[in-house]
Design a protein around this ligand. Structure first.
Ligand code: PSU
Ligand code: MN
Length: 314
């Protein structure tokens, strides 16, 4: 594998590793990966293994991985192993949404990028496909907290395809789908008519559009560009296999406990999502982690296939 030597940023975008830069220049398939899931979404030390595994998974599907993060105030797409290790170590690694990028850059900070920051930086670099686990969205009790992830509004104004297992089930899924509609973010189910529920194959909500193959996703992407209008994203909702999902009864019981504990402890803001995910891992004896990983792996594999189909059209 070539060493990921950094090259100069392209018109203010993130600094690209040599591997990513060469792939983009040659119009070979590239898949953006986020780093918040590594730094704040998964327990250590498993998270580093997962970060490396996801990159290998992209390569095994014939695409180049571009993990996005900010290191010492420099936004990067394509991390070397040392950078990934720093993100996974978590010490002093901030959680960076899109709005946090400028302060982080100015302060020379190191941080993991959420979906909103990753999608923004990836699009800036000219990447079109991004794979993650579950998106952020509208939190339950939104009427009290007004907590809605910045992922949604950023995706309303960023031309990128995000492969996800729906939105995290800790959220208010119907409200999040409604917001995506209002914001004009396209959603297609991959081989499903049901919107996936992150740890679960089915959130209980329908999707309006279904595609069966990566080439069909690429066709939707091309049509998005052809039809014009606001530069919004496309969500490809890819369910975890039913055999690998979390037991739905266990999910519902433990989630209720997690939400109650979060409320009791007065946890708010950026800390909510990592707290709930961590609680679920502990309370399910690791079963939620396995379902989470299965979902992410499936998304990364599909992301690579979509990136290949997209590159084949160019
Ligand atoms: N999906 C996962 N694990 C995660 C996240 C998503 O499987 O940790 C992260 C993503 O980075 C997403 C963020 O953008 O959680 C949402 O955080 P918030 O609700 O604070 O916006
Ligand atoms: Mn939030």
């Amino acid at each position: 594998m070539p060493q990921h030597r950094a090259t100069a940023p392209v018109s203010g975008g993130p600094v690209l590793s040599e591997e990513v830069r060469e792939a983009l220049a040659a119009r070979r398939p590239v898949v953006a990966l986020e780093s918040t899931i590594i730094a704040h979404g998964l327990p250590r030390p498993r998270n580093l293994e997962v970060g490396l595994e996801l990159e290998e998974l992209v390569r095994s599907e014939g695409a180049v991985p571009a993990t996005v993060a900010v290191l010492d105030g420099v936004p990067r797409a394509g991390l070397d192993k040392a950078a990934l290790e720093r993100i996974a170590a978590g010490e002093g690694v901030r959680k960076l949404g899109h709005r946090d990028l400028a302060p982080a850059l100015a302060a020379g900070a190191t941080g993991a990028t959420t979906v909103s920051a990753t999608a923004f930086l990836a699009a800036r670099a000219g990447l079109r496909v991004f794979a993650t686990g579950g998106l952020g969205g509208v939190h339950r009790e939104w009427t009290l907290s007004q907590d809605e992830s910045a992922d949604l509004s950023l995706l309303a104004r960023t031309r990128i395809t995000v492969v996800c297992a729906g939105v995290k089930s800790i959220l208010d899924v119907p409200a999040t789908l409604q917001r995506l509609e209002t914001l004009g973010v396209g959603v297609v189910g991959y081989r499903t008519k049901r919107f996936p529920g992150f740890y679960l194959a089915d959130s209980g909500e329908p999707v309006d559009w279904t595609v069966e193959e990566p080439e069909e996703v690429a066709a939707v992407m091309a049509a998005q560009d052809a039809v014009g209008g606001p530069e919004s994203a496309l969500l490809v909702a890819n369910p975890v296999a039913e055999a690998e999902q979390l037991d739905p009864a266990l999910h519902d019981r433990v989630l209720a406990e997690a939400l109650a504990e979060c409320r009791e402890r007065g946890i708010t803001g950026q800390a909510v999502t990592p707290f709930l995910l961590g609680f679920l891992v502990r309370a399910t004896g690791g079963a939620s982690l396995e379902a989470n990983l299965a979902a992410v792996r499936g998304n990364v594999r599909l992301g690579a296939r979509i990136a290949r189909a997209w590159a084949a059209r160019a």
